[in-house]
Design a protein around this ligand. Structure first.
Ligand SMILES: Cc1ncc(C[n+]2csc(CCOP(=O)(O)OP(=O)(O)O)c2C)c(N)n1
Length: 518
């Protein structure tokens, strides 16, 4: 061995760290052992164990939504990647940069179709770009290229690295320049001017639909100025990757989830200007309901989701000529302490007790929608939602956000059914001493699916349909579950109990879980 020779695994971690990667959410196996060793040999990347790969990938998504920088994952072959795909899908829909590292069999062993062999590249291609490592010499270059691709394209970049290329040694390369941080292309002036003309012509019959980085503070304030001047109506996309809220921002509702309602609010618009959001389309196709929610000729794309929508909105506000600022709304009112817990009471209370600077990971509609309605005038906070609809995202995302921002309190407002897909995230929250308070909406049903059954003409639940949407027999005990994963937990059935439990949890820091009996 040459004196300055390093392994391929060392080279990979060095390239990642050199590009700004600080955390690796990992669940490794035999084919990733050199990389596990490298995480000790090369300083700078903190390894965080997730007990199922979908925890790792969801945490990487949450981490990057907060920092704007990719985290690394470390997953075991095709099956490990397959376990993590649902949350990589959500990350793709959130335009999140992720450096997704997957080990493969030793290259000369691959032809024998050993039990864990599978088409890793085919799986990875469903969520982003694929970067195979052809040999030891290519490890650093491929890793850097993948990280660049993740940051430039705001997406998931998968490095597939066979075990032999991880363990082979070669002379260390000169350290590379730090890679490009995540960047968004600037919207050309002509598009902003065109939107300004359409806005002027539409008068108060304009709708602005905000998403992407338009949901930072500056973008929303600019949209508020436009609305104050023109009478335009503002909406955010239904499931934003990251939205700043409260703290004097204008009250902006989400575009309704069900297509009939969404189409109704867009029907009278003379123009619908999308800034950082996807075109408004129905979440699902229902017989007799159009997929496209805007009327023909009314859609104007000011900025696409990966583009700099914030800057475009600032320019649009200047062209439209709005007031310099807009007045804040009134703070949320807490519900009466004597009431039993209802979704509306939970939404109101959590909004009223929200600590300044909190990050709220919301998954599930039961308390998610009422919270959103109540929290527009809460103290400044950040909301993260499930962008891709693959459930099991809320707890891992909260975990990643807490690792990214240890100085900010994180609240996971979580429906119970979705939470059970990745409940192991609680263990990592405990092990990493994260400041996450998990609020579980324990209605013991897949409630949204009951609504969907109703929409499909099932007026009464059949026994099988009832059973397939019930979590009540046996009733899952979240307090016991949390204790098993090392997270202190209690139960709240009335507003006063939730107030006390949430106040205590936020004051003492560290992970907590509160089962909200609904
Ligand atoms: C990966 C994945 N599997 C299944 C589904 C289908 N699905 C959508 S919502 C839902 C149940 C949600 O129940 P819960 O999280 O308890 O929410 P509630 O509506 O009761 O608030 C299911 C199973 C999905 N969206 N994603």
């Amino acid at each position: 061995m040459e004196t300055d020779a390093i392994t391929g695994a060392d080279a990979l971690v060095l390239a990642a760290a050199g590009g700004g990667v600080q955390v690796c959410f990992a669940n490794p196996g035999t084919t990733e052992m050199p990389l596990v060793i490298a995480l000790d040999r090369v300083p700078g990347v903190r390894a965080v164990l997730g007990l199922q790969e979908n925890v790792c990938t969801g945490a990487a998504d949450g981490y990057a939504r907060i920092t704007g920088r990719a985290a690394m994952t470390l997953l075991h072959l095709g099956p490990g990647l397959a376990n993590g795909l649902a949350n990589l899908h959500n990350a793709r829909r959130a335009n999140t940069p992720v450096l997704n590292v997957v080990g493969d069999h030793t290259s000369w062993h691959l032809p024998y179709d050993a039990p864990l062999t599978s088409d890793i590249a085919a799986l990875a291609a469903t969520v982003g770009t694929v970067h195979p490592v052809p040999g030891r010499a290519a490890v650093a270059r491929v890793t850097r290229a993948a990280l660049e691709a993740a940051h430039r394209g705001l997406g998931v970049a998968t490095v597939v690295v066979p075990a032999d290329h991880q363990s082979e040694e070669a002379p260390a390369e000169r350290p590379a320049r730090p890679g490009t941080p995540a960047t968004r292309p600037v919207v050309e002036g002509a598009r902003v001017k065109d939107a300004a003309t359409r806005l002027r012509d539409a008068g108060s019959r304009a709708v602005l639909l905000l998403g992407g980085n338009a949901l930072g503070r500056a973008g929303q304030l600019a949209a508020g100025r436009i609305a104050a001047h023109t009478g335009a109506t503002l909406y955010t996309e239904t499931f934003p990757a990251r939205a700043e809220r409260g703290g004097g921002l204008p009250e902006i509702d989400r575009l309704p989830y069900f297509p009939e309602k969404a189409a109704a609010v867009l029907r009278d618009a003379a123009v619908v200007i999308v800034a950082g959001a996807e075109d408004p389309i129905a979440y699902f196709g229902y017989e007799g309901v159009p997929s496209i929610l805007t009327r023909p000729g009314t859609l104007v794309r000011l900025a696409r989701p990966h583009e700099d929508a914030e800057e475009a909105l600032l320019e649009l506000a200047d062209l439209a000529g709005g007031p310099a600022s807009v007045p804040p709304g009134s703070p949320p009112e807490a519900p009466d302490d004597s009431l039993p817990l209802t979704p509306a009471a939970v939404g109101g209370l959590v909004a009223a007790l929200l600590p300044e600077g909190a990050i709220v990971s919301v998954e599930g509609g039961t308390c998610g929608y009422p919270f959103f309605t109540a929290s527009a005038s809460a103290p400044a906070h950040t909301v993260l939602t499930n962008t891709g609809g693959a459930i099991g995202q809320g707890l891992p995302c909260a975990l990643g956000a807490a690792v990214a921002a240890p100085d900010r309190p994180v609240i996971a407002l979580q429906s119970d059914g979705s939470g059970l897909y990745t409940a192991q995230a609680l263990w990592t929250m405990s092990r990493e001493r994260t400041d996450v308070t998990v609020l579980v909406a324990a209605n013991h049903t897949y409630n949204v699916l009951r609504t969907e059954l109703g929409r499909h003409g099932s007026a009464e639940l059949g026994p099988q349909a009832g059973a397939l949407t019930s979590l009540a027999d046996p009733c899952i005990d979240w307090v016991e579950l949390a204790h098993g994963f090392g997270v202190p937990a209690r139960r709240a059935a009335r507003v006063a109990e939730l107030r006390n439990a949430l106040t205590d949890a936020v004051a003492s820091g560290g992970p907590h879980l509160i089962e909200m009996v609904l």
